[in-house]
Write a protein that binds this ligand. Structure first.
Ligand code: SAM
Length: 210
């Protein structure tokens, strides 16, 4: 997977490539899906959600330019795979998921794999998690209609954010960087994510399931 799908497409960061080689992606999927775990595509994880395509996980992680002492926010825990990958590259990760069943499963998987530096919370991550801010990096793993203002506000000086922004059919990865009060934005490749539901996403008209 790493050689064919990630390195061949231009991701070069050796720490990231090593972490992806070591992290057992199949552990984040039900056993029936293990034969497909390393394929070049997103895979359903239940509740209408997906574990993202390995390449897009790598591209977003590379764009965050993780440093070993960073403290990160991961919005949209899903299976927990992205959070576990980030956790291998930085000091600590706060990951938030609006669907309680997915959050519970991800918490169990991360515990089983010994990822002690990830805290999984339940709630609307489009508002961020101010209590644990500021963040050196914020990664949003769901498509937003615009960059959520509260997430930008929770970036530390020098902080980076990666968020897919666009319509529900097509988004582009936006990479933001905060320097003091100044925030620069860069638009990168196209992608297709499930929607970021919530107050600063596509709205709260579909409440989170109990
Ligand atoms: N990063 C995940 C992984 O490694 O498996 C994949 C994320 S999946 C593409 C997007 C996730 O975002 C879904 O689990 C969905 O329930 C969640 N989500 C959508 N809107 C959210 C919100 N406002 N707050 C938190 N999670 C949200």
């Amino acid at each position: 997977m790493v050689a064919d799908q990630i390195a061949r497409r231009g991701i070069r960061d050796p720490r990231l490539l090593a972490a992806m080689r070591e992290l057992p992606r199949h552990e984040f999927l039900p056993e029936k899906d293990w034969p497909h775990a390393y394929e070049d595509r997103p895979i359903p994880i239940g509740e209408g959600q997906t574990i993202s395509q390995p390449y897009i996980v790598a591209a977003m992680t590379a764009a965050l330019e993780c440093r070993p002492d960073d403290h990160l926010l991961d919005v949209g825990t899903g299976s927990g795979y992205q959070a576990a990958l980030l956790a291998r590259l930085v000091r600590s990760v706060v990951s938030i998921e609006r669907r309680p069943a997915l959050a519970a499963r991800a918490r169990a998987t991360l515990g089983r794999l010994g990822c002690l530096n990830v805290t999984v919370l339940e709630g609307d991550g489009s508002d961020g998690v101010p209590a644990f801010s500021p963040y050196d990096g914020v990664l949003v793993a769901a498509g937003a209609p615009r960059v959520p203002a509260d997430l930008t506000a929770q970036l530390a000086h020098g902080g980076r954010m990666v968020v897919p922004v666009g319509t529900s059919e097509l988004q582009h990865l936006m990479v933001l960087r905060r320097t003091g009060e100044r925030v620069t934005e860069e638009t990168r490749e196209g992608c297709v994510f499930v929607p970021l539901v919530g107050r600063q996403g596509w709205g709260v008209e579909h409440p989170a399931p109990k």
